[in-house]
Design a protein around this ligand. Structure first.
Ligand SMILES: [Fe+2]
Ligand SMILES: [Fe+2]
Length: 402
């Protein structure tokens, strides 16, 4: 019935006392086969929740298909299906207790609806009981009900597989639309779900903060893709830069930051700078050796605008690759480096410093976003027009959330 890799092995079963009642003892035949699929079947049987096992296998099947379609790891997809709802056998009061015991953060929405905790508890069990450590698997199980901000492909995939496999799925009006959408892309399928859930008030009894974050990520990604120049590789001399609308950087990425850029703002207007040769330019620049990025940014802001930086919010970064043999400054990472992108308020209380060895700024102007865009585009700087647009959009979303 299910075309699944049955030979995935049960390589660990380390059950803490606090949840041992939910786990069946190993029989001789289970121990002999050591197959995860057999053990899961006996697990749900032991808890008299065979319908959940049927659902879990359907999710695994669906996830497997999507993994093949979208070139993702099939074994992780199947494991996600089998394990994602394992903690639903635990009664709600016990879910809360276990979350506290296992140092899992419980948010207000989960206190109100403890069932929502099952995604986090299932991930904990996958890791600690079954010894599955793959970050993509644990992440996907952990957000299969609510999604989360900056979700990965496997997160989206398992979320969709779960929604498409609900027992009442045929009656859910958005399921048919999701099915069509998933043929186009995972993002389109998620859009259908999010639009439906947020479209009319009251669909969601409580809104989990991760779902809010997921919705926001989708909105930012949509906007980014609508900006034709920013969403394609940009050539700056010998550097090819690809913008990512992701504000969180890994530790390895942070070590590659050698430039900082800013969409400087005064209230709801933007600040633009024009060089003596007539070009409108992007404020910011290269960090000095050992310079902390905010110090570097403050220095650049005062040099180029004469102003004081009041705050800075990162909204993404340019992943830059140089085709030169050597870095353009000896201390910067090469050939790959990162230019950080943010927006921030500045106080214009002076004149550009125009250091002799730097670019010479002739005009510092405070204009509406529309005017800034018009000026950038009229001089062919569609990259900067898009960059300002992106920063401005994220600023607007941040304002709306305050
Ligand atoms: Fe679930
Ligand atoms: Fe499920």
């Amino acid at each position: 019935m299910y075309n699944l890799p049955r030979d995935i092995l049960l390589h660990q079963l380390d059950v803490p006392q606090s949840i041992s009642i939910y786990f069946p003892a190993m029989t001789e035949s289970l121990n002999e086969q050591r197959r995860l699929h057999e053990y899961m079947a006996s697990f749900f049987n032991h808890n008299e929740t065979v319908d959940t096992w049927v659902h879990s296998q359907e999710v695994a099947d669906q996830a497997q298909q999507l993994a093949r379609q979208y070139d993702q790891d099939v074994e992780i997809a199947v494991l996600g299906g089998w394990l994602h709802d394992i903690s639903t056998v635990i009664p709600d009061e016990h879910k809360l207790e276990l979350a506290l015991q296992w140092n899992i953060e419980v948010v207000e929405a989960e206190r109100q609806v403890p069932f929502l905790l099952h995604q986090k508890l299932s991930a904990w069990i996958a890791k600690n009981v079954f010894g599955r450590n793959d970050p993509a698997l644990l992440s996907a199980i952990c957000c299969h009900t609510t999604l989360k901000g900056h979700m990965r492909t496997m997160d989206k995939l398992l979320f969709i597989a779960d929604k498409l496999s609900w027992a009442s799925s045929d009656s859910a009006p958005y399921i048919a639309l999701m099915r069509q959408a998933v043929e186009r892309s995972l993002d389109d399928a998620i859009d259908v779900y999010v639009d439906y859930m947020f479209g009319e008030k009251g669909r969601l009894a409580v809104v989990h903060p991760w779902m809010q974050a997921a919705r926001r990520t989708l909105e930012v990604e949509h906007y980014y893709r609508s900006l034709n120049t920013l969403s394609a590789p940009i050539i700056w001399g010998s550097v090819t830069a690809s913008f990512q609308p992701i504000p969180e950087l890994t530790t390895e990425q942070q070590a590659l930051i050698s430039n900082v850029s800013i969409v400087p703002m005064v209230g709801n207007k933007v600040v633009m700078i024009r060089l003596t040769d007539g070009r409108w330019e992007l404020p910011g620049g290269t960090l000095e050796p050992g310079e902390w990025l905010l110090d570097g940014l403050r220095r650049e802001v005062v040099e180029e605008t004469g102003g004081t930086l009041l705050d800075y919010t990162v909204f993404g970064y340019f992943d830059c690759r140089s085709s030169s043999d050597t870095p353009y400054r000896p201390h910067i990472p090469h050939p790959q480096f990162i230019r950080l992108a943010g927006y921030g308020q500045v106080q214009l209380d002076g004149q550009p410093l125009n250091p002799l060895d730097g670019e010479q700024v002739e005009i510092v102007d405070v204009v509406s976003m529309e005017e800034a865009e018009r000026r950038f585009r009229s001089t062919g700087r569609h990259d900067l027009a898009d960059f300002y647009r992106m920063g401005y959009k994220v600023w607007q979303l941040d304002q709306a959330e305050k």
